[in-house]
Design a protein around this ligand. Sequence first.
Ligand SMILES: *Cc1c(COP(=O)(O)O)cnc(C)c1O
Ligand code: SF4
Length: 319
Amino acid sequence: MIIQRLDELAAQIDIPLEILQRKTLNSDFKLKVPMHFAQQIEKGNLDDPLLRQILPSIEEAQTAVGFSQDPVGDLKANPTESLLHKYEGRALLITSPQCDIHCRYCFRRHFPYEQAKKRHWQQALELLATDSSIHEIILSGGDPLTLSEAGLIDLLHQLEQIPHLETLRIHSRTPVVAPNRANMKNWLAVLNASRFNKVLVVHCNHPNELSDETHQTFQLYRDVGVTLLNQCVLLKGVNDSAGTLKRLSKKLFSQGVLPYYCHLLDRVEGAAHFEVDTTPTWQIFETLRKELPGYLVPKLVREIAGEPYKTPIYENADT
Ligand SMILES: *Cc1c(COP(=O)(O)O)cnc(C)c1O
Ligand code: SF4
């Protein structure tokens, strides 16, 4: 079940509707949150770090210098195509226009997804087949695991026909926010039989997002030979402390997932209130490097339009 009405959310998290209403605005990018994620929100807490990720807040009306509708240049580069080939050896397929959840900080909130419909797949698959420099296909979105199980299986079979593809990577927030939905028996069996190297990059920003259900779903993917990684976004009021990120890394590891990237916020219109200042960012990462084994420290990166890879952010660099 997915919550899309403010009164349903208010009832679930035990906050009077009037109080919630005073904090929210109407947005074209609507409230959308799966029940599992809503259940992880602490009841009665207006400042809950999970609630902050999904509530259409009045703060979104603020405009800020440097925040635009297309911060990573995807719209400019490729307004209607479903295949993004920005980095060497890897290509990204916009597999589904939908997500189970609407994350308020998302850079894709202004993306014209209606234009990246399935009819473009055929074209994308043909392009992939003709470019033998591509060895890894990344299913992204939106969220690929919002596709039907039959659709996913069909896509995987078509990709397997392309001989130079070696690795299948899936970028999905579904296993975290709606773990039962990612539990598709036939899909898992097809993955298990696949010739591909398999990677699932989930997206979890706060340890409270993880539950017994996420653990079970991660385990199902591990059981069919999938390597699990996590990416998060550094978000003010959500995970902008060394303590929280430390707990996140440790809890992910205890559920069989290694941290991969921590993204600096993409400067998308409506998300300026999530940006963390530079100095605290260094302090947080300095502490993480001191207090965690190297394999539990995510790489701090930012996507800069036109760069050949996700740009690592080092101290003293101009961000
Ligand atoms: C992030 C991204 C990738 C993957 O980059 P990695 O550094 O390999 O994780 C590939 N293609 C596009 C268009 C991307 O935005
Ligand atoms: S799941 Fe990912 S793509 Fe979808 S809204 Fe959240 S951050 Fe954006």
